[in-house]
Write a new protein. Structure first.
Ligand code: SAH
Length: 207
């Protein structure tokens, strides 16, 4: 999997590649799918959600440009896989998941792997997590109609926010927002297809 990320997908950040090779992805997928855990695809997890394709996890982590001193907010912890990867690449990770069962499982998995610099909580992540703001990086693993305002406000100057944005799942683009001294710069990083971001500053239901 890591060779494919390096050779085919041109992931260059060694910290990201090391994190992806450290975290046992098969422990984050349903038992019946463990044989496919390292393939080049997303897979279904509980509650009709998905664990993202390895390339997407690597690319989003690379775009965050974090290091051991970074404080990162993650929205949409799902299986907890991206959380565990971020915990290897960053200093402190605050992760939010709106489905209680997934949040509980994600927290239990990362603890059982000995990851102590990440916390998973259950609430609407489109509101951000103001108690630990501002963040060096914000990673949103579900697609919204636009970039949620509270997440922009909770970004440090110099910080990066990565999120899929689009009117439907078929028209999402991966967007990175970099906060500068005098405003926010938006960049586009290709097409993607994520499950919907549901919440006050996201979609109002699962359509
Ligand atoms: N990074 C995860 C991907 C999970 S899919 C992984 O690798 O497993 C996206 C997740 O976002 C789903 O679990 C979904 O429940 C969650 N989600 C959607 N809207 C949310 C919101 N407003 N706040 C928190 N989590 C949300």
């Amino acid at each position: 999997m890591v060779e494919r990320l390096r050779q085919h997908y041109r992931i260059r950040d060694e910290r990201v590649l090391a994190a992806m090779s450290d975290v046992p992805r098969h422990l984050f997928v349903p038992e019946a799918l463990q044989g496919r855990a390292y393939g080049d695809h997303a897979l279904p997890i509980d509650a009709n959600q998905t664990i993202s394709q390895p390339y997407i996890v690597a690319r989003m982590t690379e775009l965050l440009e974090c290091d051991r001193s970074s404080r990162v907010l993650e929205i949409g912890a799902g299986s907890g896989y991206q959380t565990a990867v971020l915990a290897r690449a960053a200093g402190q990770v605050y992760a939010i998941e709106r489905i209680p069962e997934l949040a509980r499982q994600a927290q239990a998995r990362i603890r059982s792997l000995g990851v102590y610099n990440a916390t998973v909580k259950c609430f609407d992540g489109t509101m951000g997590w103001s108690a630990h703001a501002p963040y060096d990086g914000v990673l949103v693993a579900a697609g919204g109609p636009e970039v949620p305002e509270p997440l922009l406000a909770q970004l440090k100057v110099g910080g990066r926010l990565v999120i899929p944005v689009g009117a439907s799942r078929d028209s999402q683009r991966l967007v990175r927002v970099v906060r500068g001294e005098d405003g926010y710069k938006h960049e586009e990083h290709g097409a993607c297809a994520f499950v919907p971001l549901i919440g006050r500053y996201g979609w109002s239901n699962a359509t």
